[in-house]
Design a protein around this ligand. Structure first.
Ligand SMILES: [Zn+2]
Length: 380
């Protein structure tokens, strides 16, 4: 009796008839749904959806009309829902609530949360900290000088250190991938929402060029907030000075022009191979930024305006220019640098005028020694 009962249970577990009945009931409900759908929609609308339902790869794209999410909610409401999905537990903690650093590393795109605080927007914050260390004699000035010279810019040194050293992965967590994998119908809406709802931050030129020029995503026009911190060697800027036709920076500027609906844009430019003598060919480099259309806030961050001799027009400062479509923000002049390895020195900028010529010097605070600009002879 007991064995028979078990057998019947096993048989009932593998009941093929039930599966058939389930399939038939599903099929009937699908048919029923399609019938209702076709009754509700106009013939032209049905044709459009049927045409759209064939993907480029030949695989049918299910319009998911059985789902109330797609059937009942307009795209505007669905966008609001996606926007709520991106709300993270750390948004209130950091200055850029939805800032994501994007960079290409080891053959993969990596995105990480920007972890800078509101105080970090002070472009002189690093040197203020160094001032207090210099006066008290306590603290690691070499470490802070490394942050000051960071190619990620003075506003994102904390994010750079976090990428280099151990970091809490939960801070970087997103639901991007899980949302993109829901279905083919939802995929484009999700990616558009990611581009519209987040601030994209690029801190190395290679990644920015690859993202916008070399292998651009078709969703780039949906980008709304962009922050570029480009710390380049002089040979990347030089083509602007001599008006060379081939320039990777110019290619990047042209690609940015194709983003038609940018709300906020911040471009921070610097030059890393000139040490403390940081000066870029401002007029030439920013010439094509005038064609960029930014709806709300367009800020250009430049190195300090040093009294360095510059005869070629493209090397001139932007300060002498007229109306610009962007707000120019200048970093404060440097007052700390590591001229000798392992020794961070405080200095001031001095100008020596002889006749009509002015020359700029660095005067070290501890020694009665001037450091002349070693790059004066470039292009002059
Ligand atoms: Zn950051």
């Amino acid at each position: 009796m007991a064995i028979g009962s078990v057998k019947s249970r096993v048989r009932s577990f593998f009941r093929p008839g039930l599966a058939k009945r389930r399939r038939s009931s599903n099929t009937s409900s699908e048919c029923e749904h399609k019938k209702i759908k076709n009754e509700l929609m106009a013939p032209a609308q049905t044709d459009a959806i049927n045409n759209a339902a064939v993907g480029i790869d030949g695989v049918g794209l299910d319009m998911q009309l059985a789902s109330p999410f797609f059937r009942n909610l307009p795209i505007e409401i669905r966008r609001m829902i996606y926007n709520l999905v991106w709300t993270g537990p750390y948004d209130h903690k950091y200055h850029a609530g939805r800032g994501r650093h994007i960079h290409f590393q080891n053959g993969h795109w990596i995105n990480a949360r920007c972890v800078m605080y509101e105080d970090d927007e002070d472009l002189d914050l690093l040197q203020k900290n160094m001032d207090s260390m210099h006066s008290s004699g306590k603290g690691d000035l070499v470490m802070w000088q490394r942050r000051l010279a960071s190619t990620w810019g003075c506003r994102h040194w904390r994010c750079e250190e976090r990428m280099q050293y151990e970091r809490r992965k939960s801070v970087d967590h997103t639901d991007f991938m899980s949302m993109m994998l829901v279905c083919k119908r939802m995929f484009p809406e999700v990616v558009e929402s990611i581009f519209e709802s987040h601030q994209f931050l690029f801190n190395d030129f290679f990644s920015a060029h690859r993202f916008f020029v070399y292998n651009p995503s078709p969703y780039i026009p949906y980008m709304r907030h962009l922050d570029l911190s480009l710390n380049l060697p002089f040979h990347e800027y030089a083509p602007f000075v001599i008006d060379a036709p081939k320039s990777r920076v110019r290619e990047l500027w042209k690609a940015l022009e194709r983003i038609s609906c940018l709300h906020t844009l911040r471009i921070s430019l610097d030059i890393y191979d000139r040490g403390a003598w940081r000066k870029i060919p401002e007029r030439g480099v920013t010439e094509q930024l005038r064609n960029l259309k930014v709806l709300k806030d367009f800020t250009l961050e430049l190195p300090p305006s040093l009294p360095i001799k510059a005869d070629i027009p493209n090397m001139h400062n932007l300060d002498a220019q007229g109306e610009e479509p962007f707000t120019v923000v200048r970093r404060p002049p440097l007052r700390y640098w590591q001229f000798t390895p392992g020794q961070v020195e405080r200095f001031t900028w001095d100008t020596h005028t002889k006749g009509q010529q002015s020359h700029c010097f660095i005067t070290l605070a501890r020694e009665a020694r001037n450091v002349p600009n070693p790059y004066l002879l470039d292009f002059f």
